[in-house]
Write a protein that binds this ligand. Sequence first.
Ligand SMILES: [Zn+2]
Length: 272
Amino acid sequence: MSIMDYFAVRIVPRMYRGKGALHPSPTGKLTEMVSCVREYDVNIFFIRKGDTLIAIDAGYKNHPGLLQGCREIGVDPAQVTALFLTHADPDHAGGLDMRQTNPFSGADVYVGEIEENYLTNRYHRKQIGPIGLKNSVVIRPGYRLLKDGEVVRVGELKIQALLVPGHTLGHLCYLIDDTLLFTGDCIALNKEGGRCFFALFNYDSQLNIRSLLALKERLALSEIRYVFTSHNGYTDDAQSAFRHVDAIPDIRARGFVFDDTAPYDCFAEEGG
Ligand SMILES: [Zn+2]
């Protein structure tokens, strides 16, 4: 197991249990167009419109619950025609790792052009003292790179990539049909609204805050019907999702609970 994988599935669960920081949506249908599968602490999103089926992110490498979760929501992952990665971390891109069977075998894969530097290990994911942590995910060549603002049309769906650096330097949000915003790991959401994502995971939290404030200005929030996060569920209140994005939750504070409805430990519950 690589240091990054060890961090993701051994260290993070121990540090975060009981803090209410991780509260993904349960596997199921979320809105008319959007369904999700939960893998431990993260969601993979599926968007269906007419005959078009796309996905946002790919979950963990070899997660045992993926196929069962897909069956529960009536999705065949091999039928996904395009898969858009918010970033290259193992809980989002691991499901495309070339050392496992590819569940998304029919999908064109998209990733941000800056984010690619983590896949090729030109960038370190995190610096801890003298040690630069490398990304552990290796995906098949042939993926397509997205620039900030670029629009891709897949069947009847319009997908726009929005660069929001901070969690990683190439992190993308995706705006679909101008109404559905997928924020990956830049916003931490609870009933009081959205905040900057948890500092431990961020490459640069202050950069993430500046990026979120810029994104808030850039978007027509009144047109956005739903805002989805990868680790904290979703909301139909786009204003609320950006309400506190200049603040970072202090996960280390004694007695801190970010979301008192979150599971004690997402990783302890097997499957999807
Ligand atoms: Zn994540």
